[in-house]
Design a protein around this ligand. Structure first.
Ligand code: FES
Length: 247
């Protein structure tokens, strides 16, 4: 277990904060760490900042994330890693599609030539849109309070996707699945960062399994062609007790 002092805390949206910490380790875009909240639990978190100062951008969705998000500057962050397969980095034209706090894992891939489709529930929950060059991001909100009302797949339907050399996607599985279904037979190159409950993070417990793949070791980033073999994707997931439930 690594222990690092939190150097600063930056609020991104009313429900999302970034915790920065010092860690002299090479981390690649899409890789994750297992963050431990003493006495509460451990959760996987992709790094949102990987150059110099490291950072995790976190939204509370349960007791462990709730405990981690309450950390203050000067307190310790406990974690282990980095784990998992990263995104493949292409030099060509990138399309980055992020839903909600899924933008955190995609943030290290944004450069000035990248084009983004950023979706959120509402205007106040849009993450990292200012990192895209002017005119290079489409905002989609569920309630229409910013950008266009709708979902990333609605934006995709209005775009020519063939100029893009790579499409990177991260967000809620329902959103990932709608993007996947739309582009899967177009002959495009795309990678998706998936989410599943993780216990060990190192390929031992199988809690993160999806159609025979272990998310922590074989993923969390998967190429579109691999995902065509995942019949559980977008349909089933395992709960903490190991029960298979519909998504
Ligand atoms: S989290 Fe244990 S095998 Fe992936």
């Amino acid at each position: 277990m690594i222990r690092s002092r939190i150097t600063r805390v930056e609020r991104q949206t009313p429900t999302v904060v970034t915790l920065f910490f010092q860690w002299e380790k090479t981390v690649l875009p899409g890789q994750f760490i297992m963050v431990w909240a003493p006495g509460v639990g451990e959760v996987p978190m992709s790094l949102s900042h990987i150059q110099g100062e490291k950072g995790i951008t976190i939204k509370s969705y349960g007791p462990t994330t709730e405990a981690i998000i309450k950390n203050k500057e000067g307190e310790y962050l406990f974690f282990r890693g980095p784990y998992g397969k990263p995104f493949t980095q292409t030099q060509g034209k990138r399309l980055i599609i992020g839903g909600g706090s899924g933008m955190a894992a995609l943030r290290p891939l944004i450069h000035k030539e990248s084009y983004g489709i950023i979706s959120a529930r509402n205007k106040s929950e849009i993450l990292f849109s200012s990192l895209f060059s002017p005119g290079k991001a489409t905002i989609m909100t569920d309630d229409g309070t910013a950008g266009k009302k709708g979902f990333p797949v609605d934006a995709l339907k209005e775009m020519d996707l063939y100029p893009f050399d790579m499409i990177y996607v991260c967000g809620p599985e329902v959103m990932l699945n709608s993007v996947f279904q739309y582009i899967k037979n177009m002959g495009l190159k795309a990678e998706f960062s998936l989410e599943r409950m993780m216990k060990c993070g190192i390929g031992v417990c199988d809690s993160c399994s999806i159609s025979g793949f272990q998310l922590c070791k074989d993923g969390p980033v998967f190429q579109l062609n691999i995902m065509k073999n995942m019949e559980e994707f977008g349909v089933w997931k395992l709960t903490e007790s190991g029960k298979r439930v519909k998504i």
